[in-house]
Design a protein around this ligand. Structure first.
Ligand code: IMP
Length: 436
């Protein structure tokens, strides 16, 4: 039996979709435990490209059941569209393949309106959210006025809850000088969505417990990255959920998730969408190069991602917060052809050199990166499947990263293709028996 968690150790977009999909080959259950359709996972399988936002990456596999845990916020319309879309691409999404927790909170049109209105009101200080309504939906959850999946089962309760929730939002809309929203319209739309969604609703925790008792393999699929975690990220420029691995238990209802082997995903360089601290950002030709070779545009919003060198103190911070066991390094091939490559090994801060994140998260804005410069390599690494076949300078780079992060790099991805992956079995097979 194996429990494995995959989380991002940077600001998201580390290539989780591909790695989850690779591990999914031997997984029976795939579980999302936080976030919503702000996530964007691209899976390239042969000729086919699947873009997933809310559906767990296991949906592309026949042999897995996908679970959306209670920690996820679900936009019913977006989910129905996504199911329709993947169905058009030949996938089958049935209640035996997809289970949505009855406790998931819903993202309603009002949440998207509020997301946009609050972002506009922030002006220059905007967070750069995906405007998918994620933050406002979590706000309603925590304020105990949210609407949950289970409410779709009981129309009279749904209506009462919607009425209470909209009394709050209509008051806020008035403050923003925005039109009022009619409860009846949302209610009727939700009743229509209920017909579609109710067959998928179930209890996720007990289902996972059962699966484990039958020796099944479970994979927890994180979204965004640890540096966007609401508690441990670069607040306030973060998302509204806990993206760290500790959320797997609370966000799925299966507490034993804490026993999972935790794989931290890291790109061989760093990117960020949206506003906020980014010590190693390269707002220059290097950044442009990484962005264009790495196709660094957001899957959800299409925005150009900010790009920079690998930031070891930031990744170490994520490893600490999530107790990462091993690292999967992605997009190594994007560095091919660079004369020199820099690694941020520490931060200059108030006259000290730190090899870890500053104690107070606000100070992240003030640090100056300390770089170690390495020789690059001119050979192409795209498609490499064996560590020893990588150019020596590339191997040196990976070994250096391992040393500065202090965690073994067990998986290396050398292209978006599922098969272009190096599994360093000496570390990997022993700890993660999900490996093929
Ligand atoms: P929100 O999650 O839409 O509220 O956005 C909050 C911050 O998280 C913004 O900076 C977004 O760009 C960022 N963000 C949200 N989802 C992702 C993701 O999947 N990848 C990378 N950044 C994300």
């Amino acid at each position: 039996m194996a429990l494995v968690t995959v989380i991002g150790t940077q600001w998201g977009d580390e290539g989780k979709g591909k790695i989850v999909d690779l591990l999914a080959e031997n997984a029976d259950c795939i579980v999302r435990f936080q976030g919503g359709n702000n996530a964007g996972h691209t899976l390239v399988i042969g000729e086919k490209v699947y873009k997933l936002n809310l559906l767990p990456s296991g949906i592309v596999r026949d042999n897995t059941v996908s679970y959306i845990g209670s920690g996820v916020v679900v936009d019913p319309t977006a989910l129905m569209n996504e199911i329709e879309n993947v169905t058009k691409h030949g996938l089958s999404v049935t209640p035996s393949k997809l289970v949505i927790s009855e406790s998931c909170h819903l993202i309603l049109p009002i949440h998207k309106i509020m997301d946009g209105a609050m972002e506009d009101a922030r002006g220059d200080q905007n967070i750069g959210t995906t405007r998918k309504g994620i933050g406002p939906a979590y706000e309603d959850k925590v304020a105990r006025r949210g609407i949950r999946m289970i409410d779709l089962k009981k129309p009279e309760i749904l209506k009462a809850r919607l009425t209470a929730m909209m009394a709050h939002h209509n008051a806020v809309l008035k403050g923003f000088n925005l039109p009022q929203i009619d409860v009846e319209t949302i209610y009727n739309d939700l009743l229509k969505a209920a017909d579609f969604l109710l067959p998928f609703i179930g209890s996720v925790g007990p289902a996972l417990d059962n699966a484990v008792k039958q020796n099944k393999n479970i994979l927890f699929e994180g979204a965004q990255g640890s540096l966007l975690d609401i508690d441990h990220g670069t607040y306030p420029f973060v998302t509204s959920s806990n993206t760290a691995a500790g959320q797997t238990g609370a966000g799925s209802g299966y507490g034993a998730a804490r026993k999972a082997h935790i794989i931290g995903l890291a790109k061989a360089y760093t990117t960020r969408v949206g506003t906020g601290a980014f010590p190693t950002e390269q707002d220059n030709d290097i950044g442009e190069h990484l962005g264009s070779v790495g196709h660094e545009f957001g899957t959800v919003t299409g925005r150009k991602r900010r790009c920079g060198w690998f930031d070891a103190p930031a990744v170490k911070h994520s490893c600490l917060v999530s107790d990462v066991d091993s690292i999967a390094l992605t997009k190594l091939d994007v560095l091919d052809g660079l004369e020199t490559i820099k690694i941020c090994t520490g931060y200059n801060f108030n006259g000290d050199v730190l090899d870890h994140a500053p104690c107070h998260i606000e100070d992240w804005e003030a640090v100056q990166p300390v770089y170690e410069t390495m020789d690059g390599w001119m050979e192409k690494t795209a498609g490499a499947k064996d560590f020893k076949s990588l150019p020596q300078k590339c191997q040196d780079y990976v070994n250096k990263l391992e040393q500065v992060i202090g965690k073994p790099i067990t998986i290396i991805s050398t292209s978006p293709e599922r098969n272009d992956t190096i599994l360093r079995r000496d570390f990997f097979a022993d700890t993660v028996n999900l490996a093929a």
